[in-house]
Write a protein that binds this ligand. Structure first.
Ligand SMILES: [Zn+2]
Length: 53
């Protein structure tokens, strides 16, 4: 399991935890998120911008 971080605001997507508030169950792999996934916090960064933490 990995953690991916938004370079803009620091929001972290932890695959182990998911983001139930956004509808992603625990264990959701980052690469399975939709291609148009945008950062839930700042909304100005997209999936391709996230970096593995
Ligand atoms: Zn962000």
């Amino acid at each position: 399991m990995s953690v991916f971080q938004c370079p803009e605001c620091g929001y972290r997507f932890d695959e182990e935890v998911g983001d139930t508030h956004e509808g992603y169950k625990p264990g959701t792999k980052f690469h399975t998120l939709p291609d148009d996934f945008a950062c839930p916090d700042c909304a100005v960064r997209f999936k391709e911008d996230f970096v593995e933490a």
